[in-house]
Design a protein. Sequence first.
Length: 359
Amino acid sequence: MAHCFVAVPPSRQASRVLAFLLGARRWATAAVLAAAFGAVAAQPTASPQPPGLAAPAAPSGRFEPLVLPGERGVVLQALQRSERVPPLRYRVIVVPGSGCAGLESFADRYFAGLLHAQVLVLHKPGVDPDARTAPADCPHGFVSRDRHSTWLAHARAALRADALSRQGQPALLQLLVGISEGAELLPALAPEVPQLAGLVLIGSSGLDPQEAGALQARRLGAEGDWAALAQIVAGAPPDGVVVQGRSLGYWRDLWHWPLTLPLLRSPWPLLQVWGGDDALVPAVAYTRFEALAALRTAPYCARRIDGADHGLQRHAAGVDGVQQVWVWTEQWARNPAAGLCGPLRLLREQQAPSADGTS
């Protein structure tokens, strides 16, 4: 079957064959959010060991809106929250994944397990915190401007402004958390975060996105469609043309975006957590990066949550794996000298690999 170039309106979904390309670029599906709502609401403070923001942080421990400057007059909409339980021990900066929906409606519940942490959530340029737009319905203006290089430039400027606003405040260890596509910005953003103690990848393979996408295409038997998209990406149409629900500028950034080597060379500890039943990123992508990352000079640890999906939800068991990640960061914050991988190392020593459904 011949493949032809078709610029599709951004309001339409990608073809069914390549629908995984958009799906794998989302940080959460509606099902994930629904599961997170129930799981987190049921156990907002259930961490066995209880488990910082640009001033002024919300004293109530609930998320409040914050505007941070990007480049050339662009502003990024962010959310900030103070620690839920004293004492304050650390700060978490979160880079969510793709799409044009904001996190405001569920941030309090999603990050509930971060008890002793201040939290800052950066949205993509053009994303309002209260927006609930489905990925397939993002407006044309957002789709035409959405690409890694633009997002990175504005996020860098925002983090520099955040760091500047915190000068004179007591030093606080910080973690940089990337969720799905958001993890692809972490190595480049890390130098902008003072007192950075480590990187956390949730639902991200760690491989260059083009390589991860090729592995997913092979998994679904869609290598031909992936190759056809590659031809379009390498062709002459301008960056603003939309194909398969994304601008060619987006695809061109993705095709050449480095992630594996920057993560391997990163001097910061790296914690990676992924779901064993992830339908959007194949297991081979995670295991391939895990083998490479074992050679890092900086600490690295990975945890697969068996039965969990891309958003770390185990629906059958009613378990929210994201809250388990926060348990580990909270345990680390109680004893930072043990290292970011300390809680996982202790977990391996204390129980059999399958005892809690993880390995």
